[in-house]
Write a protein that binds this ligand. Structure first.
Ligand code: ADP
Ligand code: MG
Length: 495
């Protein structure tokens, strides 16, 4: 056979990346493909290096189809992929073929930088369409202690809440883009008011303030004011006491960009709502920007006047959702980068994977890791992280053992423990086995490999297949779904 010149591994991989990039979103690409290093190409076997076991499993679970298609496109139908996994102190190979033990020095991958340069070189004095209004010395500023007169409106913004520090993800894409549009043209877009809603700790305050900070840093003579609805309410109560309602209204009507946080606290406060209604109308009519946040969509705001709710709907209402795993990783990495700290990739993955409620919790987890790590004068590894983060991980079902899952499923379906880990291919046995594997993946911290081992020495791809089958069936078969839910309930109750 004539000898064929072997193509360059880097070139091949870079072609692959080109294809992959078109099929996944930017964040996933950054998280899962940029850290991959092409190692070698032998005939049609491409070896890539990945930073951790978890990373490898994630690729196998989510991107195996895309990877193999891409590689076959580049290297022909015989193409095969092998992984090399960087462990803390060595590397091992993972593949669907035989065992390997190649040792390599430890290597960390922590060069991800998710900063968004668009906002980092903001220029001063950019022209805004927000007009400057002359100031009136006689107006009382409710933010100022009585007796001290000043009309410089302090924006009350936290300078750290910027777009730069706000990581973009699918969970906040629309809200963030709307925020950027509003920041670039306050009062001049259709997004007025801009209403950001979502659960606690999902970034409403940060995003609303990022708009304010952008305006503050880029436009001169623009009066920006951030106020929580509680503070607004208290100021109003004071104004009532002091017979100063007109001043209170006039003060708020001078603002060019008004940010009111957590408007749900206006509920049942009729007089405050009344005043806010006037302020809102005035600002809106004068082309001033209003930004509101709420913990629920306007239509679900109870105890709120209908006319206010209908005004909230005039502009754009958009929600912030719980960030997905990739975004949680990006947020952790960004915060670590900002603080100049490093944690092993596995610890970051562990944290991002299990602390999945909201971003405030995620930040809390990171702080706990750092604080306790330094307190114990010990480098934080996954074992220590597990201990430290116990309180943060809300799904206590994570402590369930595989054995317990098998017992529960067995009790529910009547398939014996021996059958669950045995060889039988009978349909109902396979199904119970797959449900057990699915829960093992969901409720334990075991790797796919370990789960496979606990089910009669099956390999990780069987586990992946089981998880996929179960979630597909749950989507299409409601009886099956019901069964799975019932087992889940039982697992959670009896743990
Ligand atoms: P909310 O107002 O919705 O309760 P916050 O805006 O106070 O939430 O956010 C909670 C914490 O999470 C803040 O410290 C904030 O800086 C951080 N945070 C929220 N969203 C992001 C994001 N997309 N990127 C980086 N940090 C974020
Ligand atoms: Mg908030």
């Amino acid at each position: 056979m004539p000898s064929i010149v072997q193509p360059d591994v880097n070139l091949i991989w870079s072609n692959c990346l080109g294809i992959i990039k078109e099929h996944v979103n930017q964040q996933s690409f950054k998280t899962w493909f940029e850290p991959i290093r092409p190692i070698k190409l032998e005939n049609t076997v491409l070896t890539i290096q990945v930073p951790s076991q978890f990373f490898y499993e994630w690729l196998e679970e989510h991107y195996v189809g895309l990877l193999s298609k891409t590689i076959r496109r580049e290297l022909g139908s015989d193409a095969r992929l092998e992984y090399r996994i960087v462990m803390e102190n060595s590397t091992t190979n993972a593949n669907t073929g035989g065992p390997f033990t190649i040792n390599m020095p430890a290597k960390k991958n922590n060069n991800s930088n998710y900063s968004n340069s668009k906002f980092s070189d903001s220029k001063k004095n950019k022209k805004s369409n927000v007009k400057n209004k002359s100031e009136d010395d006689s107006i009382r500023n409710p933010f100022v202690i009585p007796g001290i007169k000043t009309m410089n409106i302090d924006s009350q913004l936290n300078p750290n809440y910027t777009f730069d520090t706000y990581v973009e993800g699918e969970c906040n894409q629309l809200a963030r883009s709307a925020g950027v549009a509003v920041a670039n043209n306050p009062g001049g877009t259709a997004f007025n008011p801009l209403v950001l809603y979502g659960g606690v700790g999902l970034g409403k305050t940060h995003l609303a303030q990022a708009i304010g900070n952008y305006a503050k840093n880029n436009y001169e003579n623009v009066k920006i004011l951030y106020v929580s609805s509680e503070k607004f309410t208290n100021q109003f109560i004071d104004a009532v006491k002091d017979n100063a309602i007109p001043e209170f209204i006039v003060f708020y009507q001078m603002v060019d960009i008004l940010i009111v946080d957590d408007v749900q606290f206006f509920a049942d406060k009729d007089r405050t709502q009344d005043i806010f209604f006037h302020v809102f109308n005035h600002l809106h009519q004068s082309g001033k920007q209003i930004i509101l946040t709420s913990d629920r969509p306007p239509k679900d705001l109870k105890g709120m006047e209908e006319r206010l709710i209908s005004r909230f709907k005039w502009g754009l209402t958009t929600d912030l959702q719980v960030p997905d795993f990739e975004t949680r990783m990006a947020i952790l990495e960004k915060k670590m980068y900002a603080e100049g700290i490093e944690l092993p990739r596995e610890v970051v993955e562990y944290t991002a994977y299990f602390v999945n409620t909201n971003i405030r919790e995620l930040e809390g987890a990171l702080i706990a890791l750092l604080a306790q790590g330094s307190l114990m004068k010990q480098e934080v590894d996954v074992a220590l992280a597990k201990k430290i983060l116990k309180n943060f991980i809300n799904n206590s079902a994570k402590n369930i053992s595989i054995n317990f899952i098998q017992k529960t499923v067995s009790g529910h379906t009547g398939i014996s423990m021996e059958q669950l880990v045995g060889k039988s291919r009978k349909r109902e046995i396979v199904q119970s086995r797959q449900i057990s594997m699915y829960f093992a993946k969901q409720f334990t911290e075991s790797s796919l490999k370990n789960i496979g081992r606990e089910f009669g020495g099956r390999d990780h791809s069987t586990v992946i297949h089981a998880c996929q089958t179960v979630s597909n069936l749950m989507d299409t078969d409601s009886d099956f779904q019901q069964t799975v839910f019932e087992i889940e309930k039982q697992l959670k109750m009896n743990q």
